[in-house]
Design a protein around this ligand. Structure first.
Ligand code: GTP
Ligand code: MG
Length: 450
């Protein structure tokens, strides 16, 4: 086996070693910046046909690794009927990975599959390197991205959910759970705590998250002044949700060609063609093989999706796995119990399509390019039509002093007719069901609805 950091190697990404006579004078902040961690990816190709091949899944894992700031130096794929209990992949393959990783000065091996704690430990012993799995990589990205208090709490909760089943068996593996890539978050601090303490922390996090979510909700309501209809952007990570949000609302959401650029939900005001108002929520994207416990941990963020009146499912029409990504999102929406909500399929990135799509778009879909603006005007009309479809039509005669109700109808819905007489105002409008009830309640006796 070749020596790592041996004097004969001057490879890309090699860690700097200070000469012994310099080291004592240097402090960590004086050292040259660390090169990105180097990783070898390991995936499996199952015998039965999958919606995503092992190689395609590795492509995505590589994007995830890059999004986490890791440099991928190679990948190894094994065709495997079923995982080996001890090391997931076969022993010959482990040796191949070990040799490849050491020859390429990798510091970490990332598995595309979920590893049991014992498998992870055995692999680390056999490879002599840090080993993490896809879920841990995703959680590391989340930990790097979390900015808001809510985001940080959710990431910590997700990390603890990942940790908890790993606490049930052996204790010694705990010593490595802190080590993902660019690790932050609770992994490092959980090394010494026992299961009871983790559970206690989980309970505290859940409580704090409930409080934060409540405050956020109150802020949102008070900012809006009135309960505006909510449109939530959902979709696979990198589909273009934030770009679309920016185009529709002049928001300043972070857009980046990396996975999980958005972690915290962002809410913005949307003005529809007829002057009607709504709120748009941009939120965390979904992915194939989401970490176990993700939905539970991100409950308060995903609450935005649950309370939305309308979902815009944004799909990257230029992605070769567009259909699979769509299915993944559908199944997460199922799990969130929001599959019944009215939804518009928005096929985005049309500008990247050279010819007709591999699979024809459904006739009811909206075709857009958030980049060039194509189709956005039609999308706005479509959003308005869908929201109006959720509304009730009322025709009421209101007392003249109830100008507040007229103003409300204008703000929350669409007023078709507004006629004043000496003693009343006749209003015909499309409004949300709750407001329709209020209008009827305060109407004069000659009220009738269509
Ligand atoms: N060519 C082209 N690129 C687009 C379009 N929409 C988005 N993009 C690019 O796609 C990448 C991802 O866009 P985002 O808006 O960050 O995607 P997202 O769905 O919010 O991603 P996450 O927050 O990571 O879930 C960025 O590089 C965008 O510039 C489009 O219509 N055309
Ligand atoms: Mg985003």
């Amino acid at each position: 086996m070749r020596q790592r950091n041996g004097s004969q190697k001057v490879g890309k990404g090699k860690r700097h070693r200070c000469p012994s006579w310099v080291a004592p004078q240097l402090r960590w902040w004086q050292l040259p910046p660390q090169t990105p961690e180097r990783a070898v990816l390991v995936g499996v190709e199952k015998h039965q046909r999958q919606a995503m091949s092992g190689m395609e899944s590795l492509d995505e894992l590589e994007r995830l690794a890059q999004s986490a700031g890791v440099e991928v130096v190679g990948r190894v794929l094994q065709v495997l009927a079923r995982p080996q209990p001890a090391t997931f992949i076969g022993s010959g393959k482990v040796e191949e990975v070990r040799r490849y990783a050491w020859e390429n000065q990798a510091q970490v091996v990332i598995f595309d599959e979920s590893l049991a704690p014992a498998q992870q430990r055995n692999l680390e012993n056999a490879l002599g390197l840090k080993v993490i799995d896809r879920s841990q990589l995703i959680l590391d990205i989340f930990a790097q991205r979390a900015r808001s208090l809510e985001g940080k709490l959710q990431v910590e909760l997700a990390q603890l959910q990942y940790l908890l089943p790993r606490l049930t068996r052996q204790w010694q593996h705990l010593s490595r759970l802190g080590g993902g890539v660019g690790t932050r978050g609770p992994g490092e601090t959980q090394l010494e705590v026992d299961r009871r303490k983790v559970r206690e922390r989980v309970a505290v996090l859940r409580r704090r998250l409930r409080e934060v979510a409540r405050t956020r909700y109150i802020h949102r309501q008070s900012r809006a002044g009135v309960p505006l209809p909510v449109v939530a952007l959902v979709g696979y990570t990198n589909a273009g949700k934030s770009t679309l949000m920016n185009r529709l609302t002049s928001a300043q959401a972070l857009v980046a060609d990396q996975l999980f650029a958005t972690l915290d939900p962002m809410v913005r005001h949307l003005r529809l063609p007829s002057g009607m108002s709504a709120l748009v929520v941009d939120t965390v994207g979904f992915i194939h093989k989401l970490p176990h416990g993700f939905i539970d941990a991100f409950k308060s963020t995903l609450e935005e999706v649950k309370t939305a009146d309308l979902l815009l499912h944004v799909i990257d029409a230029s992605h070769p796995l567009m259909q699979h990504q769509q299915t993944v999102v559908e199944s997460v929406l199922d799990e969130l119990e929001v599959a019944h909500k009215p939804r518009i399929l928005v096929f985005n990135k049309l500008d990247l399509l050279d010819g007709p799509p591999l699979v024809p778009f459904p006739s009811t879909a909206s075709l857009v390019s958030a980049h060039t603006g194509t189709g956005l005007e039609q999308l706005l009309y479509r959003i308005e039509a869908e929201l109006l479809g959720l509304f009730q039509q009322v025709r009421v005669h209101l007392p003249l002093h109830r100008g507040d109700l007229v103003a409300r109808a204008k703000q929350l819905g669409r007023v078709v007719e507004e006629r004043y007489s000496a003693e009343s105002v006749e209003l015909c409008a499309f409004v949300p069901a709750r407001l329709a009830g209020q209008l009827r309640k305060h109407a004069l006796s000659q009220t009738f609805s269509l």
